[in-house]
Structures are given as structure tokens and as C-alpha cells.
Design a binder for this molecule. Sequence first.
Ligand code: ATP
Ligand code: MG
Length: 252
Amino acid sequence: MKIIAFHNLKGGVGKTAAASNVAALAAEEGIPTLLWDLDPQGAVSWYFGNTGASARVPKAGRLVKGKTPIGKTIVPTGIENLDLIPADVSFRNIDLQLEKHGDNRTLADWLEPLGEDYGLVVLDCPPSLSRLAEQVFRVSDRVLVPLVPTWLSLNSWHQMQEFIADKKLDSGRFQPFWTMADRRKNLHRQLLQSPPQELTGLMPGYIPYASDVERMGEKRQPVHWFAPRSTAALSYRLLWRGLTKGKRSLKL
Ligand SMILES: Nc1ncnc2c1ncn2[C@@H]1O[C@H](COP(=O)(O)OP(=O)(O)OP(=O)(O)O)[C@@H](O)[C@H]1O
Ligand SMILES: [Mg+2]
């Protein structure tokens, strides 16, 4: 089982949109995929959690204490091969819980039993460099970091690099990709054409700024379902292909 996380310290940069589309594309390739909404805002749960299926909601405190088996929190999404662990507001306090109860039951322990049922777990993370983020970084095979092509976004990449170095994490697992790119803007074009050297592992291509992505909120479906020929659908396919093909590809 492989684990991919979508993370950025910055909010509203397209983590959830990318996590949702990539997970749906993986499922369509026949990979049993689990999408875990770790963000109490619950955007992934909004996109895909409308099937009426109910499970035990994963309360942060109970998970941390090992009282809720993770399998009991999984629901189907209605997309073949794609299941979901919905968000819960208690995840706002998960860092407090992790601090209080120690790190003896970690995200890695929660995920471990899922290896029998899933080939891929996709983690949609809240925008913070928290204790939970550190656990996500340790357990993930890849951490994909959406960056809007602006100088300020590069600042969040630098902050992440400092965090990675401070926690002695393997920086090779982190891969940025351009998102919400608007080719009408000079700076966006300039950064897409000549990416700064410090963006090591930059994924090929970019996710364009596209209203089709915003429409996911209305359709509650991955982009390629309702706009299969759109540039947004194509760009998520390229992102997925970049993860699974080529020299640094994940073996799934
Ligand atoms: N490529 C895009 N083009 C246009 N709009 C986008 C794009 N990607 C995301 N959006 C929109 O921007 C908003 C934020 O996107 P998303 O929720 O994916 O970001 P996020 O990084 O997960 O945010 P948060 O940090 O709050 O979790 C949403 O309304 C979404 O529809
Ligand atoms: Mg999000």
C-alpha cells in the first residue's frame, strides 16, 4: 500500500481539489483507493460523502487512544474502488490529543491494517505545520505540495523545507506542483517557464486556474466525470501520470 499526501501550509491552494481528483483517477485504474479527509473543514467529505452511507465518525480523541478501529470509519463514495474516511470537527484538536496521549499510537499505526484492502491511501491535509502534519510526512511515500506560481507561495515552500530539516525528514518525498496557474499573468508564465531551482522534484505540467474545478463543489464529482475534455481534467490526469510513470514513479 502506498500513501500520498496533499499538503501545504497555505490554505486555499487546491490541495483538496487535487487529492480528490487524483484519488478518483487512481480508483478508475482499478487501484483500491482510500481517501482520508484529515481536514475538519470537510471539503473532501462534501465532494464524495453524499452517498448516505454511515459509519462511525472518526473522533480524534478516540482514534488517538486506539478506541476506534479505523476500518469502522470507512464509507463508500459511490465511485468504484474509492472509499472515504470522512472529516470530523474533532480533528481541530488532534494536535492537543496527540500531545496529551503521546505519540505512541501514530498515523502509521492507524493506517497499517488498511494495507490488506487498499493499494493507495490519499491524505487530504489541513493547512498547517502541526504535529499531525509531521506524522503525515513520516508515513507518506509522497507529499505533493500545490504551489500557486507567485513569490509568496515559494515562501511557504521554504517554510516547509525548514520544517522538514528541523524534523529530520526525508526531503526526497516532497514534490511541489504548480496549481491555479493563470497564463494571462506575467509572473505565472515566467515561473512556469523557468521554475526556481529550489523547487526540487517539481512535477511536470500544471493545474490551470479553471472554473471547472470550482464546479466540483456543485457537481460533487471529480472533474473528469462532468468535464472530461476540459484542460482541468487533462491536467489532473497528467499529475496522476507523473506520479505513476517515469523515473521517480510510485510503484502501485
Ligand atoms: N485549479 C483551480 N482553478 C480554480 N479554482 C480552484 C482550483 N483549485 C481549487 N480551486 C477552488 O479554490 C477553492 C480552494 O480549493 P481547495 O479547497 O482545493 O484548496 P485547499 O488548499 O484544499 O484549501 P484549504 O487549505 O482550505 O483546505 C475551492 O473553492 C476550489 O473550488
Ligand atoms: Mg482542503
